[in-house]
Ligand binder design. Structure first.
Ligand code: SAM
Ligand code: FES
Length: 354
């Protein structure tokens, strides 16, 4: 126990841990240590960002994907998905609706869909920026070339989310077909940072075959990359995926990792994800109390939400965006946090909290 206490003190003082220290911390996970760490993590988040929760309006604009990630509900091998694509006009309408509701970050997320050429993406990015110059645009559309990323950045995209999924190459091979390369995915992240994006990496908690050592390597990878955003959430099986019979990731381990990540990367923007809200009705509130500071309500048209199911039982697929906003504002207020209506940039990029 003394050793765990020493490790926690070191984490709080320096934000740096060795691989062995991370493993010891993960192996000794218990409710008391988790609660103590959550308090420290939340205090750290508040030191930089106050008692604010930043909003990102998520537009899931296509569920076509050329990849076949074994865990994912919209992978190309799933023939039971009804596929859809939003037009540029649909996307602009969602973005404008989000703007009216007070969103100042729009996240365009989708499968890797070659229908959306670089030129079309550039056009969409420029059109959103023209209509709403004060909105930040985040992209989450997978692995692209350096030139494509640069074109998106020059068109006005501000941020990019690309979870590294797992830092261990052998583990990566158990989650993905052989044509997907973890080295390329990691290189994409370095390219995004070099180009100037606020960059987000991350992984699923409790993904099939994940070990404590894998998680330690994920945390060390995050520390080395030093991203502006980190997305982690529990793995949840999807009924039509290769991993349909696998167990979901745990609430407590996800909360524990949110706290550790907050303390390792004190200024990071860290969402309490929809997946966390799916495995527990209070998952997002608990995530914020464990050191997260971002929520990502869905702005996709209600008509397509049931078609963007990465995992089973996804929440908020029936609610209008305005309803989601009301519900989440209430949830945040009840735990003593307030929704911030600014862009919510990472403090390293000049956070403009309201
Ligand atoms: N295609 C883009 C990409 O590759 O980054 C973005 C979409 S992808 C569906 C977004 C993230 O969803 C993935 O990075 C993965 O971590 C997460 N995800 C996929 N299937 C999941 C599942 N069954 N449970 C939890 N998270 C999942
Ligand atoms: Fe491409 Fe999931 S396999 S988005």
């Amino acid at each position: 126990m003394d050793e765990v206490r020493r490790i926690i003190d070191k984490l709080c003082d320096t934000s740096v841990l060795t691989r062995d220290e991370i493993i010891t911390l993960l192996e000794n996970h218990n409710p008391e240590i988790q609660a103590g760490l959550a308090d420290k993590a939340s205090a750290t988040s508040q030191k930089y960002y106050g008692k604010k929760v930043f909003l990102r309006g998520l537009i899931e604009f296509t569920n076509y994907c050329k990849n076949d990630c074994y865990y994912c509900g919209i992978r190309c091998g799933n023939k039971n998905v009804e596929r859809y694509r939003l037009s540029k006009e649909d996307i602009l309408e969602c973005a404008s609706k989000g703007y009216e509701l007070g969103f100042r970050t729009i996240v365009l997320q989708g499968g890797e869909d070659q229908y959306y050429t670089d030129d079309l993406m550039v056009d969409i990015i420029k059109s959103i920026k023209k209509a709403h110059p004060d909105v930040a645009i985040t992209l989450g559309i997978g692995e692209k070339s350096y030139e494509s990323y640069k074109a998106f950045f020059e068109a006005g995209a501000d941020r990019y989310l690309l979870r590294h999924e797992t830092a261990d190459f052998e583990h990566y091979a158990k989650l993905h077909p052989a044509y997907l390369s973890p080295a390329n995915r990691q290189q994409c992240l370095y390219n995004l940072k070099e180009i100037g994006f606020q960059t987000g990496a991350g992984f699923m908690v409790g993904s099939p075959y994940q070990t404590i050592e894998n998680i330690a390597d994920d945390l060390l990878f995050l520390k080395k990359l030093d991203p502006e955003m980190v997305g982690i959430g529990p793995f949840i099986p999807h009924k039509d995926s290769v991993f349909k019979d696998m167990e979901a990731g745990g609430l407590d381990m996800t909360l524990y990792l949110l706290s550790i990540i907050r303390l390792m990367l004190p200024t990071v923007l860290l969402p309490a994800t929809t997946a966390l809200g799916t495995i527990n009705p209070r998952g997002r509130e608990l995530g914020i109390l464990a050191g997260a500071n971002v929520i990502m309500p869905n702005l996709s048209p209600v008509g397509v939400r049931q078609k963007y199911l990465l995992y089973d039982n996804k929440i908020c697929t029936g609610d209008e965006a305005a309803e989601c906003m009301r519900c989440l504002s209430g949830r945040m207020e009840r735990i003593g946090f307030e929704i911030d209506h600014g862009r919510g940039d990472n403090i390293k990029f000049g956070n403009n909290a309201d």
